[in-house]
Ligand binder design. Structure first.
Ligand code: FAD
Length: 374
């Protein structure tokens, strides 16, 4: 039986960030991933907020800088939002994850693809996975929203979700590349939004809805192309997945098993953004695990719990959004100052205050209708 300090289940954002740092800190790390490679069948739009871009130095050719957000009401009016110095990165997500896998391997982690975690046995000194003939002092479940590790060891499992679906389209130059385009529409995306991202080599168009409500990406694609007057889209790929929407789970560890990333509910229940936390807490888990194994520090999961956001306010706002206000309410609210201030805070929380066009934008108009596009 091969023995590791850490076995990490899942080679995505959380698992790979954790694996790289743990290996760099001298731990013997094994990563098991059921996919054949880290970039296969990606289940995310992959947008990085600036804070996520600051967590890891990603190769710039795998990203595309986006400065602002254009937010559309159901009736086609829109407002532009930005903040000085702030940006988002659209990503070539499959290749970004492949790059993260290479970095983890270069640091010394053993990556085992095409290998699924099915169950394990916990003892006082660690965990054994008899079917894979491997064992570790600590098993880390970074295996996403419907974690098998959580189920196998009786830990908390995510119960509330948003369901997301997205088409990758051949790139459309007519889509204004300075913005993430976000659409409020409770008929198409009840409880969430629809989006169009001028991505890296593709345009990504998708939407999500509170679970129990079906997001219809085809219907949105029709509305989106008509509304923005774009060419008939050519679909080149599809992504879909569940987004945990119940905030950080309570029981995320037991003895020698712990959860991180989506598996632990480390996702904003309001925005559905999880990558920033998965990168930050994945890396932090590795540091804490190294301190625990090498220097007898406290259990990494106990230490991590103190540094993990609980998302209490965002959970309340999520409950309000789950009510899916009818479109006329969005239309009515849209032009008001409080609503604009709320949108600005949502996208650019504590990051400056600039509702309106970007400095290099065409006319400085903060609110227009779709027909009035420059
Ligand atoms: C449609 C959609 C769009 C999103 N867009 C964004 C966005 O733009 N920005 C943002 O910040 N967040 C976004 N999110 C959320 C973000 O993608 C997640 O928070 C993030 O991917 C979580 O990373 P993770 O490593 O915890 O889990 P995951 O990315 O879910 O990875 C889990 C990994 O574990 C593997 N795995 C699962 N079970 C097993 C098993 N039994 N054995 C072995 N391997 C296993 C999976 O194959 C996978 O590779 C989006 C989510 C969805 C669904």
């Amino acid at each position: 039986m091969r023995h590791y300090d850490l076995i990490i289940v899942g080679a995505s954002f959380a698992g790979l960030a954790c694996a790289r740092t743990a290996a760099l800190r001298g731990l013997k790390v094994g990563v098991i991933e059921r996919k054949r490679d880290a970039g296969e069948a990606v289940r995310t739009t992959g947008i990085l907020v600036k804070e996520a871009a600051e967590e890891t130095d990603f190769p710039s050719q795998l990203t595309r800088l986006i400065r602002g957000v254009r937010l559309y009401a159901p009736n086609g009016r829109f407002t532009d939002h930005s903040a000085p110095g702030y940006y988002f990165l659209a990503t070539d997500t499959p290749n970004l994850l492949r790059w993260m896998a290479e970095e983890a391997a270069r640091a010394g982690a053993a990556l085992m693809f095409d290998t699924a975690f099915k169950g394990g046995v916990q003892g006082a000194d660690g965990v054994r996975l008899p079917d894979l003939n491997i064992s570790a002092r600590l098993l880390i479940g970074a295996d996403g929203p419907t974690s098998t590790v959580a189920r196998a060891f009786g830990l908390d499992a995510n119960q509330r979700f948003l369901a997301g679906v997205e088409f990758e389209l051949a790139p459309d130059d007519d889509l204004d590349g300075r913005f993430l385009h976000c659409f409020l529409d409770s008929k198409l995306a009840p409880g969430y939004i629809a989006w169009a991202v001028p991505g890296v080599g593709v345009t990504q168009v998708g939407l999500a809805a509170s679970l129990g409500k079906r997001p219809d990406a085809r219907a949105f694609l029709d509305v989106f192309t008509t509304r923005l007057g774009l060419r008939a889209p050519r679909i080149v790929g599809r992504r879909s997945g569940l987004i945990p929407a119940g905030a950080t789970l309570k029981r995320t560890f037991d003895g020698r098993v712990m959860l991180i990333g989506d598996a632990a509910g480390h996702v904003s229940p309001l925005t559905g953004g999880g990558i920033v936390q998965t990168l930050r807490l994945g890396r932090r888990t590795a540091q804490l695990a190294a301190d625990w194994i090498k220097a007898g520090a406290e259990h990494p999961a106990q230490a991590l719990a103190r540094e993990t956001p609980r998302f209490a306010t965002k959970l309340w706002l999520r409950r309000a959004l789950d009510l899916a206000p009818p479109n006329w309410v969005w239309n009515l609210a849209f032009g008001t100052t409080p609503f604009r201030a709320f949108a600005q805070r949502l996208y650019f929380h504590r990051r400056g205050d600039a509702v309106g066009a970007l400095p290099d934008a065409a006319p400085t108009v903060s609110e227009r209708t779709t027909d009035e596009r420059a």
